[in-house]
Write a protein that binds this ligand. Structure first.
Ligand SMILES: C[S@@+](CC[C@H](N)C(=O)[O-])C[C@H]1O[C@@H](n2cnc3c(N)ncnc32)[C@H](O)[C@@H]1O
Length: 218
């Protein structure tokens, strides 16, 4: 059996330098987000974004939904992966960083594919279900305590064979540490177990950055 390589600092640095192809617009967006201070930690890792773009292309996703936009890096990668006729709807309960996100969507000529909604993730998803909308791919990266709700709502919104990708599913490694019993850690730990046992889906838990759960609805 092949063993999982332990990901130490040197390997993280290697992944960041060799596992990712540099991109001018993404670097500028990252640098401008870094200037915001500690909130910049919310941004996805570029190598995760690169993966999101490729998965979107491979799966031929046309209609995507994102919960948790922040300064729009994940939105931008997803938008790059869908065709000109495709659309990504991105939901965030704050408009604080929307103009910054829009600046980079515009610079990358992706604005026409992106619709931004300001609202609560659960409420917006529920209203989409009420209007019988559906999506090919849903990316979840918002408040962790609502992750189980986002997961269930996503299963209702996805077409068959649709994909859910959820960020932070290793939660800085805390999910593997049973001494960590705070509500966010417990929620993510429980959701990982739920997905493992959920016969409605197939999945892979990927140790890319803070962990991506990659899920296919049967
Ligand atoms: C981790 S950040 C998203 C990072 C983003 N995907 C990126 O690539 O930069 C989480 C975002 O979720 C938003 N958020 C928190 N609670 C929310 C809720 N209940 N509904 C919608 N968005 C929420 C926050 O405002 C924040 O912008």
């Amino acid at each position: 059996m092949s063993t999982q390589t332990e990901i130490n600092k040197a390997i993280v640095q290697y992944l960041q330098s060799v596992g990712y192809r540099e991109d001018k617009i993404i670097t500028e967006l990252e640098n401008e987000t870094l200037k915001l201070g500690s909130v910049s930690q919310m941004q996805i890792a570029k190598e995760q974004g690169q993966f999101l773009e490729m998965i979107t292309k491979i799966s031929n996703a046309k209609n995507c939904l994102e919960i948790g936009r922040f300064t729009g890096m994940s939105t931008l990668f997803l938008a790059r992966g869908i065709p000109e006729s495709g659309k990504i709807v991105t939901v965030d309960n704050s408009d604080e960083f929307l103009s910054l996100a829009k600046k980079y969507w515009e610079l990358d000529n992706m604005s026409s594919k992106i619709e931004s909604i300001i609202g609560d993730g659960v409420e917006v998803m529920q209203s989409m279900i009420d209007r019988q909308q559906s999506y090919d791919l849903i990316f979840i990266d918002a408040d962790k305590n609502n992750y189980p709700n986002y997961y269930e709502l996503s299963l209702s919104l996805l077409v068959s064979n649709g994909i859910i990708i959820i960020d932070n599913m290793l939660w800085h490694g805390d999910v593997a540490d049973e001494t960590k019993q705070d509500s966010q850690t417990k929620t993510i730990r429980d959701l990982n177990l739920k997905i493992q046992n959920d016969t409605r889906v197939e999945f892979s838990l990927l140790p890319l950055s803070d962990g991506l759960s990659f899920i296919r609805k049967k």
